[in-house]
Ligand binder design. Structure first.
Ligand code: CA2
Length: 140
């Protein structure tokens, strides 16, 4: 049994409600139903956590980071600012895949740098919500 958690950071609770041209029209809750369906025959449990608070994201990384098999992290804008999240990832054992829905490299320059990437196992960028599915497939 593989245990994988998706952790989304600030503002990703707005998915499907604003800016559909960048982030698509699905809410993450709807997408989770679709995602669980895709892997229903695999021996994997998929959990989801979202927070707009950096400290809560750190607490969740510490909580799951020694027991789970994989973490799929979209830290939102904290990707570009948070040394604390990078330190948390470096301090845990569970491998982290960094995902971004949009192609951050096609966007503003301040989105081109990630503090997460150097401590991530891999990075999936610009494939929409499909990126989360690719990350689960990697852990499997
Ligand atoms: O492309 C991504 O997944 C991002 O991590 C999304 C972050 C952004 O700051 C990163 O540079 C790239 C922002 C998430 C905000 O999501 C919204 C969704 C709908 C409406 C408003 C914001």
């Amino acid at each position: 049994m593989l245990r994988v958690i998706i952790i989304n950071g600030p503002n990703l609770n707005l998915l499907g409600r604003r800016e559909p041209e960048i982030y698509g029209e699905d809410t993450f809750e709807d997408f989770m139903i679709h995602l669980k369906g895709k892997f229903v025959e695999d021996d994997v449990t998929l959990e989801y956590f979202q927070s707009n608070h950096e400290g809560h994201l750190l607490d969740k990384l510490h909580e799951v980071g020694f027991d789970y098999d994989g973490i799929i992290l979209n830290a939102g804008a904290l990707t570009h600012t948070s040394i604390a999240i990078a330190d948390a990832i470096a301090g845990i054992e569970t491998p982290v895949i960094e995902v971004h829905i949009s192609n951050v490299h096609k966007r503003e320059a301040f989105r081109h740098h990630s503090y997460v990437s150097p401590v991530a196992e891999g990075v999936i960028v610009g494939f929409g919500l499909r990126g989360y599915e690719l990350a689960v497939a990697y852990f499997l």
